[in-house]
Design a protein around this ligand. Structure first.
Ligand SMILES: NC(=O)c1ccc[n+]([C@@H]2O[C@H](COP(=O)([O-])OP(=O)(O)OC[C@H]3O[C@@H](n4cnc5c(N)ncnc54)[C@H](O)[C@@H]3O)[C@@H](O)[C@H]2O)c1
Length: 449
């Protein structure tokens, strides 16, 4: 059998099995950093490569810049075999290279492949025989082959024999305490260019995941990630639309969802919210739209869901502005949470920042934001937004200068009893007062938005 006779594969497999393979992970963000820690935990030597020097400096000091990863986790990894660096030469010393750089969209919602393209250029001179290259970035089907095959061809490397190529979509859900790559319980979808690539790549991911699912080809694995996120986007769009109807009809959407959830089959609950944010849901669906168009298909569902989700910040800012104007409220307004979701520090594409900016144009009241989770990177991108520290809310003069608040991201760090007591009106986009909903006083203040 070819697999058994190929010495390159036998050696690489041995190295992986004995944890002697050296791994380079390029891009140390929400995806790359936890992956580095997971492979270090599995006893591999890991070079974490990032072109952001500030990030490398922080990691080298044993600190973290992502709120869902603590300093101790980084310190422990650095004390083992995790080596953060901005030196791409380390790829020469690596058996496995995993790429986790951003794949955003541009202003016209088209894929921006500049980061992947840059990596291809940066690693070109160091990629050599007997290496395994894996892309983890979310992108349209065909990306991995489009970007990496020409490089291997130019170098005269035979894929599946001299060099190995694969794709594994990332499912990292920052802040998810139940499922994560660090707990080894995040099922990994993997794929390889050839049978040999598949076998070897499966062995790698079995080191950090208890469940590895093999797709029969790379394009299917790439599509799988888009399928998962388009499914979310469309269902969030649907429930956001139904929520707008429910509000007009005086029906509590959340109560209806609890009732619908009692059906033991054929129903999965999605919840209305302030719109979608982060690096995935507002971005990934358009990667398929782009590729589908080239195949002559217009992705109508993706477009419609995107529109509905994008309209939520407008709808919410209008509702709050109308209320403030009609009731002639002069006091300040406080936003709780500005990140795109609960317990996360990520403000990328956050719909709450859109609501803040829209509302500021519509009313004269001062609007403050309290979000202790936003880190210094996030703050840099949020110029002009007035932040207030959590402890300042204990100052009675300050808290009395507010009447209305808006719950944007319902972090666990907030004291919902305190909020329910101190504010006259609470616009809640997250159903944050579930535990207090028996309390009639709280119910009267709450406005589902
Ligand atoms: N954030 C998530 O929750 C999530 C979940 C699943 C999949 N993904 C996908 O994973 C990929 C990475 O996303 P992320 O959220 O980790 O991004 P991120 O912005 O948090 O991190 C990317 C890192 O890559 C670095 N970088 C950029 N260009 C580089 C280059 N040429 N060389 C070296 N480093 C470079 C940046 O400095 C940054 O530290 C994307 O394709 C994204 O769609 C993200």
């Amino acid at each position: 059998m070819f697999f058994l006779k190929n010495n390159n594969i036998i050696n690489l497999t041995k190295k992986i099995k004995s944890n002697k393979a050296v791994i380079s992970i390029i891009g140390l963000g929400y995806v790359g950093l936890p992956l580095c820690l997971a492979f270090t935990k599995a006893n591999f030597k890991v070079f974490g490569i990032d072109n952001n020097l500030e990030r490398i400096k922080i990691l080298k000091k044993g600190n973290s810049y992502i709120s869902t990863i603590n300093n101790l986790q980084v310190k422990k990894a650095c004390n083992k075999k995790f080596l953060p660096t901005n030196n791409f030469r380390e790829i020469l010393n690596s058996d496995i290279v995993i790429i986790c750089v951003p794949t955003p969209i541009d202003a016209s919602k088209k894929p921006n492949m500049q980061y992947v393209q840059n990596v291809v250029i940066q690693i070109n001179k160091y990629v050599k025989k007997n290496q395994i290259i894996i892309l983890e970035c979310t992108s349209y089907p065909g990306t991995t082959e489009e970007f990496f095959l020409p490089m291997f061809k130019k170098k005269g490397l035979n894929i599946g024999k001299d060099i190995f190529l694969g794709y594994s979509p990332e499912r990292e859900d920052p802040g998810n305490l139940k499922h994560s790559i660090l707990r080894k319980n995040l099922p990994k979808v993997v794929s390889g260019y050839s049978k040999n690539c598949e076998k070897i790549i499966k062995k790698i991911y079995q080191k950090v995941s208890n469940k590895v699912y093999m797709c029969s080809n790379i394009r299917t694995a790439e599509f799988t990630k888009l399928l998962e996120n388009i499914y979310r986007s469309v269902n969030i769009g649907l429930i956001n639309e139904l929520h707008s109807v429910c509000k007009k009809m005086g029906i509590n959407t959340f109560e209806a969802l609890e009732a619908a959830k009692t059906k033991p089959f054929g129903f999965s609950a999605f919840y209305p919210g302030p719109g979608v944010g982060g690096h995935c849901i507002p971005v990934d669906p358009y990667y398929l739209t782009f590729k589908a168009k080239r195949h002559g298909v217009i992705t109508k569902f993706i477009k419609l869901a995107g529109q509905i989700n994008d309209e939520r910040p407008i709808e919410i800012s209008n509702t709050i502005a109308n209320y403030v104007r009609n009731k002639k409220i002069k006091k300040n307004i406080l936003f709780f949470g500005i990140t795109y979701k609960k317990n996360s520090d990520d403000v990328r594409e956050s719909p709450i920042t859109k609501i803040y900016r829209l509302l500021r144009k519509k009313i004269k009241n001062k609007i403050y934001v309290c979000d202790p989770l936003v880190n210094t990177y996030g703050l840099k991108t949020l110029k002009g937004i007035k932040f207030v520290k959590l402890k300042k809310l204990k100052n009675s003069n300050f808290i009395n200068s507010f009447e209305v608040c808006f719950i944007g991201a319902n972090h666990d760090i907030f004291d919902y009893n305190f909020i329910a007591n101190k504010f006259k009106v609470i616009f809640d986009s997250r159903n944050s007062f579930k535990k207090l909903k028996q309390n009639m006083k709280v119910l009267k203040k709450l406005k589902y938005i």
